[in-house]
Design a protein around this ligand. Structure first.
Ligand code: ADP
Length: 503
C-alpha cells in the first residue's frame, strides 16, 4: 500500500501570494481533467528562488497513476476539441491570450522568483509567449486541405489536415512561459489535446498558465498538467510515452534527454518534435559594423545569463579586428549589473542551480588551463550563491571544451580566425546546428555564409532572431521539427488523402 504525504504550503509561500495581484495563480499540484491536485501526494516538489535559496512553494508531485489519468483525460477530450469549428478554438485561444496579458505582471514576477531572470526580461518573455497564442489563434482558421486532380478523369482526391491526437509536451526551465505557449498554442489550434510536463525547476509559471487557460474557458481535459520531481521524472516520462493513446511528443531541452525520449517515442512510433541543445557561432568579419556586432554579441550571449539554446556560445572574430571588437564587447559587458532579478536595474540574475554554476566554472577553468585569458570576470560573483560574474575570455582556441559543449552561462569566449573558409569550418565543426549569427557588409559573403552554415536559423547582422512569426528549430543533433510561423502548426497535423472514384 502506498502512503500519501502532505505537501503543505510553506510559511514562505504566503509572502509570495502576498506579492501577487492575483493569488489564484498559485495552485498546489497538477491539473488533470479540469481538477487541481490537492496537497497530498506520493512526493513533494520544492520550488526555490535561485537568487536567495528561499523556498517559494512545496507542490504535490504527480505519480505515474496521475500521468495515466492525465492521458485518459486528454484522450477523452480530444475528439470534442477537434470537432469544434476552428473559429471557436481560435476564440478560446484569444481568450487565453487576453488572460495572459491581463496577468502579465504577476506572471513576470512568478518567473523571476522561480527562474531568476530580471523582471523586465521576464515580462518580455511573458509577452513573447503570449504572441504565440495570438498567432496560432489566427493560424487555427487557416488549416486548409486541397482538391487534387489525378491520373484518371473520374477521380478526385481530397486532402484533409487533421490533428495528430494527444500531445505530450515537455518543456525546460530557461523560458518557463514561452516554451509552453510555443508548443501548446499550435497544438490547441490544430485540435490536439495536451499533457504538459514543465521543468521541475519552474512549475509555478506552468501552473499559472493552466489557471489562465481554465479561466479562458478551454474545456476540461484539453490541457492537463503533470508535475514531477527529479526523482520520478524518468518513470512518469516513460508512463506518458508508453501510453498508446499518446500520438505526439514535443520536447525542448537537452540533447541527452531528447535522445532518451526519442528512443521511448519509437516504441509507439510517435510523431516527434525536438528542440535540443545548440553551440551557436557568432562570427565577426573585418568589414562588419563592430558596434552593431558588439551589441548583438552582448544581447545574444548575456540574455537570460547566457542560458538560452540559441545564444552565442563561440564568438569568432577576424584577426585584424579582434582587439578592437574585444574592447567594444568588454566595455559593454562591464556595464552589466548582477543581482536578484527583482532589483531595479539588474541585468544579470543568478544561474538556475549549483550544477549550472559548476559547469560554467569547469568551462572557464579548462579554457584558462589551455591558455585563454579572462579579461573580465571569470569567477563566481562576490554575492555568492548562484551568481556568476559576466565573463569575457580572449585567446580561446577550438580545442577547449567551451567550444564544443554548451556553456549555458554568462561567458563570452573569443576566438581569432583569418579567412572566411576557416570561419565557416570552425562554425560547422559541431554536432549541433541550431542557430548562428554573422556580421559583414559584403552581400556576396552574406549569401555564401548563410547558405553554407549547417544551422536551422541564421542571423545576418542580427543576433536576436526569434519571434512567433519565424520558424525555429535545429539540424544535426539540435533537433527535429520547427516551432513558430505556419511551420509550427504543421508539427501537430497529419495529412489524410481521400480518393473519390466513379465521378
Ligand atoms: P536540463 O538538464 O537543462 O534540465 P533536461 O533536458 O534534463 O535539461 O530537461 C528538460 C525537460 O525534460 C524538463 O522538463 C525535465 O524535467 C524533462 N526530463 C528530463 N529527463 C526526463 C525523462 N527521463 N523523461 C521525461 N522528461 C524528462
Amino acid at each position: 500500500m502506498t502512503t500519501l504525504t502532505a505537501c503543505p504550503a510553506d510559511p514562505a509561500h504566503a509572502p509570495l501570494a502576498g506579492q501577487l495581484q492575483h493569488s489564484y495563480l498559485l495552485q498546489q499540484g497538477g491539473f488533470i481533467n479540469g481538477q487541481w491536485g490537492s496537497a497530498a501526494a506520493h512526493a513533494c516538489l520544492p520550488v526555490t528562488d535561485p537568487a536567495t535559496g528561499q523556498r517559494l512553494a512545496t507542490l504535490a508531485a504527480s505519480s505515474v497513476g496521475d500521468a495515466r489519468e492525465a492521458v485518459r483525460g486528454a484522450s477523452a477530450a480530444q475528439a470534442g476539441w477537434a470537432a469544434l469549428p476552428a473559429r471557436e478554438r481560435a476564440a478560446l485561444l484569444m481568450a487565453w491570450h487576453a488572460q495572459i496579458i491581463a496577468h502579465a505582471d504577476d506572471l513576470a514576477l512568478l518567473m523571476t522568483r522561480e527562474q531568476g531572470k530580471p523582471l523586465a526580461e521576464a515580462r518580455g518573455e511573458v509577452m513573447f509567449g503570449a504572441s504565440f497564442v495570438a498567432w496560432y489563434a489566427e493560424e487555427a482558421k487557416r488549416v486548409h486541405g486541397e482538391v487534387l486532380q489525378t491520373y484518371s478523369a473520374d477521380r478526385r482526391v481530397l486532402t484533409l489536415r487533421q490533428p495528430v491526437g494527444v500531445v505530450v509536451a515537455i518543456t525546460p526551465w530557461n523560458f518557463p512561459s514561452a516554451m509552453i505557449t510555443r508548443k501548446c498554442a499550435p497544438a490547441l489550434a490544430a485540435g490536439c489535446s495536451i499533457v504538459l510536463k514543465p521543468s521541475e525547476e519552474t512549475p509555478l509559471s506552468a501552473i499559472a498558465l493552466c489557471v489562465l487557460a481554465q479561466r479562458a474557458g478551454i474545456p476540461d481535459g484539453v490541457i492537463n498538467l503533470v508535475l514531477c520531481t527529479r526523482d520520478n521524472v524518468a518513470e512518469v516520462g516513460r508512463a506518458l510515452l508508453e501510453d498508446s493513446r499518446v500520438r505526439k511528443l514535443s520536447f525542448t531541452g537537452s540533447t541527452q534527454t531528447g535522445k532518451t525520449l526519442m528512443r521511448l517515442a519509437a516504441d509507439n512510433v510517435l510523431k516527434v518534435s525536438l528542440e535540443l541543445g545548440g553551440n551557436a557561432p557568432l562570427i565577426v568579419f573585418d568589414d562588419a559594423d563592430l558596434d552593431r556586432a558588439a551589441d548583438g554579441a552582448l544581447a545574444s550571449k548575456f540574455r537570460n545569463m547566457g542560458q538560452t539554446c540559441t545564444c552565442a556560445n563561440r564568438i569568432l572574430v577576424q584577426r585584424s579586428v579582434y582587439e578592437a571588437f574585444a574592447a567594444k564587447l568588454v566595455e559593454r559587458v562591464r556595464n552589466l549589473k548582477v543581482g536578484p532579478g527583482t532589483e531595479p536595474g539588474v541585468t544579470q540574475g543568478p544561474l538556475i542551480n549549483h550544477q549550472a554554476v559548476q559547469k560554467v566554472q569547469r568551462h572557464v577553468a579548462d579554457a584558462l588551463a589551455h591558455g585563454a585569458r579572462a579579461v573580465l570576470g571569470g569567477k563566481p560573483d562576490a554575492r555568492g550563491g548562484l551568481f556568476f560574474q559576466p565573463t569575457v575570455l580572449l585567446d580561446v582556441t577550438p580545442r577547449m571544451r567551451i567550444c564544443h559543449e554548451e556553456t549555458f552561462g554568462p561567458v563570452a569566449p573569443l576566438l581569432a580566425f583569418d579567412t572566411e573558409e576557416e570561419a565557416l569550418a570552425l562554425a560547422n565543426d559541431s554536432s549541433y546546428g541550431l542557430a548562428g549569427y554573422f556580421y559583414t557588409r559584403d552581400l556576396a559573403r552574406a549569401l555564401r555564409m548563410a547558405e553554407r552554415l549547417e544551422l536551422g536559423a541564421v542571423g545576418v547582422n542580427e543576433a536576436v532572431i526569434s519571434s512567433e512569426a519565424v520558424p525555429i528549430g535545429g539540424v544535426k543533433q539540435s533537433g527535429i521539427g520547427r516551432e513558430g510561423a505556419h511551420h509550427g502548426i504543421d508539427e501537430f497535423l497529419e495529412t489524410k488523402q481521400i480518393t473519390i472514384g466513379a465521378l
